[in-house]
Design a protein around this ligand. Structure first.
Ligand code: NAP
Length: 296
């Protein structure tokens, strides 16, 4: 039996499309910050596989405003889930990290899995970065001490039909789609448009997780398409995908750029995933824009 924490989130909803028979848990079912509730959840389902997606996740400003909450909530949730998985003898655990937790700067890009601890995370999500790194160390420790078949994936920034569009929470591509939809002739973006970003369609990560389950793959891998674009290029791709090419993009240089680049190399993963194709940014944005127009 497969149990998925964070089942109501962006990744969880995409996973439901490809793994419909798993059990999907949200904070309304059990509060993972409370160990007693986590134990009740494990007792209720007795899973042999846990896909741990739940996290305190948010945009740049939210991370900068609430660093304590990001640190504590993620460390407590992850610790509770992993401890209970051990206590209940869960055979397979897949934890989800993020490329946001990689060092602020390294000598060579794209970064490989070996770079994860080679320097502090970027100041704008320092707490989130350390909390997620702690989960990597925690899973590695269970593997070393108890010989578990547990692992983690490190996906790049995501977007998808199930993203949220509130100001404080939304991720860049979703916020861009909303701005393009609402704009008559121009949109303004934060920073100067030069940071480099990799963005992956949420459904692609869901397909990778399904592959790991179906083929009993165990290992810690980056998950990202092999392209990287500046924010300005992504804005242009977004305008084209939404068929609003004429919109003018301006930049608010008083707002932070965030980390300059954090692109990662997924070649180790692609050695395992035979014939896997990532959704192009343009195709992904087209899908999300279509859905956004339906739900708005
Ligand atoms: P999301 O949309 O923000 O969803 C978060 C999920 O965690 C929701 O299901 C939420 O439940 C649950 N959750 C939060 N606090 C909880 C608590 N105290 N108890 C129980 N459940 C709780 O996140 P996502 O974008 O799907 O991200 C999934 C995973 O991928 C996370 O680990 C994230 O760090 C990682 N990731 C995300 C991105 C990205 O760009 N989105 C990129 C890389 C990695 P409710 O709905 O009930 O609140």
């Amino acid at each position: 039996m497969i149990l998925v924490t964070g089942g109501s989130g962006l990744v969880g909803q995409h996973l439901k499309d490809v793994l419909p028979d798993a059990v999907y848990i949200s904070s309304k079912d059990y509060n993972l910050l409370d160990y007693k509730q986590v134990k009740v959840m494990m007792d209720d389902y007795n899973p042999n596989v846990v896909i741990h997606l739940a996290a305190r996740v948010g945009g740049l400003m939210d991370n900068m405003t609430y660093p304590v909450d990001y640190l504590e909530e993620n460390i407590i949730m992850n610790t509770n889930v992993l401890k209970s998985c051990h206590e209940f003898g869960v055979e397979k655990v897949i934890g989800i990290l993020s490329t946001c937790i990689y060092p602020d700067k390294v000598d060579t890009y794209p970064m490989t899995e070996k770079d994860l601890f080679n320097g502090p995370p970027t100041p704008t999500n320092f707490s989130y970065g350390f909390a997620k790194r702690t989960m990597a160390a925690h899973i590695d420790s269970y593997v070393k001490q108890y010989d578990k078949k547990w692992c983690y994936l490190i996906p790049c920034n995501l977007y998808g039909e199930y993203d949220k569009y509130e100001e404080h929470h939304s991720h860049f591509v979703s916020a861009l789609i909303k701005k393009i939809y609402e704009a008559d002739d121009k949109i303004e973006l934060w920073g100067d448009g030069t940071p480099l970003r990799q963005f992956m369609y949420g459904g692609d990560l869901a397909r990778v997780i399904k592959y790991f389950i179906d083929n009993d793959v165990v290992g810690n891998y980056n998950v990202a398409p092999d392209w990287v674009h500046t924010i300005d290029e992504i804005a242009k791709i977004g305008k084209k995908a939404c068929m609003k090419d004429k919109i003018v993009v301006t930049y608010d240089n008083d707002k932070p750029n965030g980390q300059h680049r954090k692109d990662v190399d997924s070649s180790q993963l692609l050695k395992i995933l035979k014939d896997f194709n990532f959704t192009t940014l343009e195709d992904g944005i087209k899908k999300v824009y279509k859905k956004y127009k339906e739900i708005i």
